[in-house]
Every structure is written in C-alpha cells, then in structure tokens.
Design a protein around this ligand. Structure first.
Ligand code: SAH
Ligand code: SF4
Ligand code: F3S
Length: 439
C-alpha cells in the first residue's frame, strides 16, 4: 500500500517553499500526497512564530490530532519550522502533545529523511533541533506544486534584529547562496516552463554581504535576466534601509523584473521606527519611493505595517496613516504588534492595550482598503496582461495576476494555466478584477 503524506504550512512564503522541500524529502522516501489528514500516514506541521496567533493556530491543530493518533497509532506526526526553533519550544511540545513523533528545527529541515529512519521502530519521540545553522544543502529536491510560479531561496537568515521580530532568533544569521547555484536553479525552472519566479530572502538587499559583498543583489537580477524567454521575476523582501539606486536601476532595466516592489515600512513615526530598530526615517523611506518612481514611473508599491508597537501614541499612529496616504500603496499587509518573548521590544515599557490596538488596526485597514479600491476602479475598461495561475472550481473561473500583483478572474473554454493572456476588465471589487479574454 502506498504511504501518504499531508503537510500543514503556516507563515511566510519562505515556509511555503520549505514545505515543497519537505514534500520532496517525503516523496524520495516513497510517500505520495494524501487527500486529507484523515488518510495520511505522516502529517508534518511546518510552523511559524512571527505572531502569537500563528503559534496558537499550530498548537490548536496539533492538539486536534490526538484522537486520530489514538485510533491509528501507526500515524506519524512531525513538527518543524520556526516555532520549534525557539528556546523551550521542544519541551513545551513534548509536554503538551506527547503523541508527537518527530520535532525538528529550521536549520535541519534537510535531515527530515534521517529523522524518519531514526524514528522507525522507536517508540520515543525523536527531537533534533540544531542550535546553529549548518552548511546550505544545494541539491534541489523541492516538489513544486505551484506551476507556473516558483520560489527560489537566494539567502537564509537575518542579521537585522528589528526589535519586535523573532526571525533572527529562529532563522540564524544571513547566509547567501552562491550566484551560480541560483542561476542554475532559475535556468532549470525557466527551461521547465515556469513563468514567474520569486526570489526569497528576509532582506534580499543584503544578498552577498556575507560573502565579501563583491556580488550584489542588483547584479544577480541582471544575470538572471540575461535570457530571451518570457517570464516574470519578483523578489521579497526588501528592507528599505538598504534599498538604493543600483537596485532601482536594475528594476528599470531588466525587462523580466516586475514593476511591483514590496517595501515594508512598518510605521510612519520616526520615534517608533527608531524603537523598532529599522534604521530609516519616514522621510528617508518616502525619498526612496520617489527615487523608485523616478526610474520606474509605473511601479506599484506594497508594504507591511504594524500598529500598537510599545509606546505608540495616537500621534504616532496618525503619522502612519499619513505615510500610507503619501506613499500610495497598492495594498498593504497590516498587523497588530504581537509581543514575542526574547525580542528587545517584549521588554519595553508601554505595551499598548488590546482595545487600542484593535481600534487602530481597524482605522488603518479602512484606509488601506479605500486606496486599494480606488486603484481597482482605475482598472475598469482597461486591457491587461495576466499570467493564468489557477482554476477556481467553486467559481468556475480561471485566475491570475498582472505584473503589479492584481488578481484577475475570467472564464475560458480551454485550460490556460501557465499562459499569458489578455483580459479586458469589467467589474472590480476590492482587490480583485473581473475580465473577459481579449484577442
Ligand atoms: N524580513 C521582512 C519581514 C518578515 S516578517 C522585512 O523585514 O520586511 C513579515 C512581517 O511581519 C513584518 O514585516 C512585520 O510587519 C510583521 N511582524 C514581524 N514581527 C511581528 C510582531 N512581533 N508582531 C506583529 N507583526 C510582526
Ligand atoms: Fe524581522 Fe527585521 Fe529581519 Fe525582517 S529585517 S526578518 S522584520 S528582523
Ligand atoms: Fe516566516 Fe514565520 Fe518563520 S514569517 S521566517 S515562518 S517565523
């Protein structure tokens, strides 16, 4: 009988891609993807701990498996990802959920196969979490399920220690992959028909700094774009402190690089930005936006914003609202600050009450939505190019995004997943666009 796997992923794109690596490892061990948790022989949780609710979700879903495990003791449950990498997390998992079989960390995801061997016939839980990052394993064993989109890690870890953020603690220091390896991976993807490639790193702008800094991120973009095939190139995330003219020029000059930049601002108050250890001011941020629009006039901008950071006053919050207006974001991911133990901000005085945080996030979301809607209305009647990515069975519609990340829906008689198609936009609602295929 075939063995089945089921992977549950939380968190960012980096984790989504790492779940593709986990799937690759499991497939090399003879597993195939199951239809549901119920029929799986192994369930892997790839966790996130960026905010408390991400952790709570994972704990809740792992806890819910107790019954299934009792009725089917041969079921293997493995927990990995950022959550397990925190101090004391493995112990907590063991106590709360003694039925978990394998616990592994972000630094040793590649060893999951070996951990499965160690678990075989062993009744005790196998816990292996490396305290330090190891060598980057270069074999691409990802099992990709998101054609025509593909993600490529260009670096791991983060050195920035923004005061609210857990990532540097659970992902270790910055490690860049060799340019040659990235170019080879992209080459294989493009030749394999992938049409959209997203380069991943916590701060892609510091790519190469850990290798002497001779080869930079803009150079990498240029080298990737030295090809004739039609494909889109995206990257995330760019820390504004290191976002500069060389990169802006590369965006302008490389035809495959999309004119959409994700540039997380976090806050509009300089006092808060300083406390966050972001190393730029609101004015510097807006200057960079201006520079980007000078070289790439049609460039759209998305961002991450946090409200309710310790000591944030109404005035600080107003500064965030006015920056949102001024920067003209196409859309924004908005978050309520979540206290992460071990980070500098967790120890700060002046934590903001939940009611205040909630009220602020509602006002912020309202403003962001209003701006997004306005940008959507501007699409009406226009013909745009979409990369068709998927088919929504429920809606009976194909969908895909334009260069600027806008989702468009349409009907089609033929399967066009993986094709660039032209859409004439009719209705728009919030962020999404409804269109008709245009010849
Ligand atoms: N490396 C990326 C961010 C990765 S985390 C960058 O620097 O932009 C994604 C987003 O989660 C962050 O941009 C931030 O807005 C949010 N975030 C991080 N820590 C958080 C916390 N403790 N509480 C709430 N949101 C947080
Ligand atoms: Fe976190 Fe800052 Fe690193 Fe982004 S740059 S991962 S927000 S510490
Ligand atoms: Fe990503 Fe969450 Fe880890 S946002 S890097 S999965 S803490």
């Amino acid at each position: 009988m075939e063995k089945k796997y089921w992977i549950v992923t939380y968190g960012c794109q980096m984790n989504v891609h790492e779940s593709e690596k986990i799937a690759g490892i499991l497939r090399s061990r003879g597993y195939t993807q199951g239809e549901s948790e119920q029929e799986a022989d192994i369930i892997v949780f790839n966790t996130c701990c960026i905010r408390e609710n991400a952790e709570n979700h994972a704990y809740g879903n792992i806890g819910a498996l107790k019954k299934l495990k009792k009725s089917r003791p041969s079921l293997l449950i493995a927990v990995g990802g950022c959550m397990t990498q925190q101090a004391g997390a493995a112990e907590k998992l063991r106590k709360k959920f003694p039925f978990v079989d394998i616990v592994f960390g972000t630094h040793n995801l590649d060893t999951l196969g070996e951990l499965l061997d160690r678990k075989a016939g062993n009744r005790k839980v196998v816990v292996d979490i490396w305290g330090k990052e190891g060598e980057i394993r270069e074999d691409d064993y990802s099992y990709r399920t998101s054609f025509p989109n593909a993600w490529v890690n260009i670096m791991y870890g983060c050195n920035n220690f923004c005061s609210y953020c857990i990532v540097p603690y659970v992902r270790g220091r910055e490690r860049s992959r060799a340019p040659q390896k990235i170019l080879e991976e992209v080459d294989a993807l493009v030749r394999g028909g992938y049409k959209e490639i997203t380069l991943l790193g916590q701060n892609v702008n510091s790519y190469g700094n850990d290798c002497g800094g001779e080869y930079s991120f803009p150079q990498l973009l240029r080298d990737i774009c030295r090809r004739d095939e039609k494909f889109r190139l995206r990257f995330m995330t760019s820390n504004p402190k290191d976002f500069g003219e060389e990169l802006v020029r590369a965006i302008a000059e490389c035809p495959q690089v999309c004119h959409l930049v994700h540039l997380p601002v976090q806050a509009g108050s300089n006092r808060i930005l300083k406390l966050m250890n972001r190393k730029y001011t609101a004015e510097e941020y807006l200057k960079k936006v201006e520079l980007l629009r000078k070289y790439v006039p049609d460039c759209q901008l998305t961002t991450d914003i946090m409200v309710g950071f310790p000591t944030e006053t109404e005035e600080d919050f107003q500064a965030t609202l006015s920056l949102v207006r001024e920067a003209g974001f196409a859309t924004a991911f908005t978050f309520v600050y979540s206290r992460r133990s071990g980070t500098a901000a967790a120890a700060m005085d002046g934590q903001i009450p939940e009611e205040v945080q909630k009220e602020r996030i509602m006002r912020l979301v309202e403003l962001v939505n209003e701006q997004t809607r306005e940008k959507s209305v501007a699409y009406r009647g226009k013909t745009i190019e979409i990369l068709c990515e998927d088919y929504d069975k429920k809606k009976g519609l194909y969908l895909g995004r334009d260069e600027y990340g806008r989702m468009g829906y349409f009907r089609s008689e033929r399967d066009c997943i993986g094709d660039f198609v032209r859409l004439k936009i009719g209705e728009t609602s919030g962020v999404s666009l409804m269109g008709e295929l245009a010849e």
